[in-house]
Design a protein around this ligand. Structure first.
Ligand code: AMP
Length: 147
């Protein structure tokens, strides 16, 4: 996959962006196709294509900055009274730009934004079965990483 993304150019200052925040690890700027007014992207400076490539410390930083920006959005002229975080990891999840980023989406009543999909009502046994499978995968991954 081509490692180039427009976000690399924005981070390097070669492409325009309406920035709201930057530090040594992350840059945050306005999404050019906002789902709602004030829609922000928080982007790590390091060009990780997906969550599996992202240093978890930097991943935590994405959330920390997103949390601060959510507060700022509520206090700004955006005037939202709710915020959604969204992160698409992989094509199937809707990822279009292959440089990890956290969407911070301000919400107001009736803005039309929402997750599509229908919740299901599985039996507890099915939830327990998958929980066991995920616990096993987590343990194997962490053992392989020496954690
Ligand atoms: P995703 O589907 O999670 O990969 O979302 C990519 C997001 O990047 C979309 O919401 C786009 O509108 C946004 N985007 C793409 N190019 C730019 C750009 N040059 N400046 C700001 N946002 C962008």
């Amino acid at each position: 996959m081509d490692p180039y993304t427009i976000f690399a150019d924005i981070i390097a200052g070669r492409a325009p962006a309406s920035k709201v925040y930057e530090d040594d690890d992350v840059v945050a700027f306005m999404d050019i196709r906002p789902m709602t007014p004030g829609h922000l992207l928080v982007v790590p400076r390091v060009a990780a294509k997906c969550l599996a490539e992202l240093d978890p410390v930097v991943g935590g930083k994405l959330f920390q900055v997103g949390q601060r920006l959510a507060g700022a959005l509520r206090e700004s002229e955006v005037g939202c009274d709710g915020v959604n975080f969204f992160l698409a990891d992989g094509v199937t999840a809707g990822q279009e730009v292959f440089h990890v980023h956290l969407h911070v989406i301000p919400r107001t009543p009736g803005d039309g934004f929402g997750l599509r999909g229908r919740p299901t009502s599985p039996h507890r046994a099915d939830l327990d079965y998958l929980a066991g499978s995920i616990r096993g995968a987590l343990a194997r991954t962490e053992a392989a990483e020496g954690r």
